[in-house]
Write a protein of this length. Structure first.
Length: 279
């Protein structure tokens, strides 16, 4: 079920980039990702917003820590915003980043002007493939790669058949002084994966009552009608949109439609409401 929210969670200083000018907008990547995954989408929004692209703890250029509860990750963002943002931002989060965005909105609603969650629900998911992916990466013999990324791809192929998924994971393999190393903290992610599959339990009276948008992919099962009751209980002003011909990676598979849906939500009056999924 995930950890209970703890406002006292200790924060770390996240690595981030920012671009553009205007009202702040924060984009949060998913598990095994980094801020660089969202550069194309950020290029659009920087025309009207100051866009912040942080790396979550244990990802990208951000510090490694022995734990990564949702309370801690939300506290990381509060610290970043307190130090840099002049007002509450629009917050976009995909997958794990969507869960962190929801935790931020529920724990610290003063730091979220509008919430956009991409293909994830405030619920616990079965482990499925994540332990398998983590084991495949941890079992990779980095000493034998001889500085060639293609070797890593071939070594992962028997365990991870999807070439696009392998390439996504291998973005985290960085060359340092002639030797490859992981820039994601696989040990902590492996230890905390049960927490990351879940979602914190919040008291019944806690809700995020500002406008929120939940975007699902037509071909994904991460956010479906069975999730709507628990979603609406926490986010009563939620609007629900489904993007056709897309899976879990909605923003990468249908970027133009994703941008259109987000732009419409950002510019809409604050009247909320639960729409039927649009295709």
């Amino acid at each position: 079920m995930g950890e209970a929210p703890t406002p006292e969670a200790s924060a770390v200083e996240l690595a981030y980039s920012n671009r553009g000018s205007g009202p702040p907008l924060v984009i949060l990547h998913g598990l095994y990702g980094s801020s660089t995954n969202w550069r194309t989408i950020a290029n659009h929004f920087e025309n009207s917003h100051e866009v912040y692209l942080p790396d979550l703890r244990n990802h990208g250029r951000s510090p490694w820590t022995p734990s990564m509860s949702f309370s801690e990750m939300a506290s990381d963002l509060v610290q970043l915003l307190e130090q840099n943002a002049s007002e509450a931002p629009i917050v976009i989060g995909h997958s794990l980043g969507g869960k962190v965005a929801m935790a931020l909105a529920l724990n610290s609603p003063q730091w979220v002007e509008r919430l956009i969650v991409v293909d994830i629900a405030p619920t616990t998911y079965p482990p499925k493939t994540h332990p398998h992916l983590i084991k495949a990466m941890m079992d990779l013999d980095l000493e034998q790669l001889e500085g060639r990324r293609a070797q890593a791809d071939q070594a992962l192929k028997p365990s991870i058949s999807d070439p696009a998924l392998r390439q996504f994971l291998l973005q985290n393999l960085v060359l340092k002084q002639g030797r490859f190393d992981w820039r994601i903290n696989l040990q902590t992610i492996n230890r905390e994966i049960g927490i990351l599959h879940g979602f914190p339990v919040f008291p019944d009276l806690i809700q995020f009552t500002k406008p929120s948008l939940f975007i699902s992919g037509e071909r994904s099962n991460h956010l479906t009608p069975r999730h709507y009751p628990s979603l609406m209980a926490l986010f009563p002003e939620a609007t629900l949109k489904q993007i056709a011909r897309s899976g879990h990676w909605v923003h990468a598979e249908q970027p133009e439609e994703f941008i259109r849906v987000v732009d419409n939500f950002i510019s809409a009056p604050e009247d909320g409401g639960c729409d039927q999924p649009s295709t």
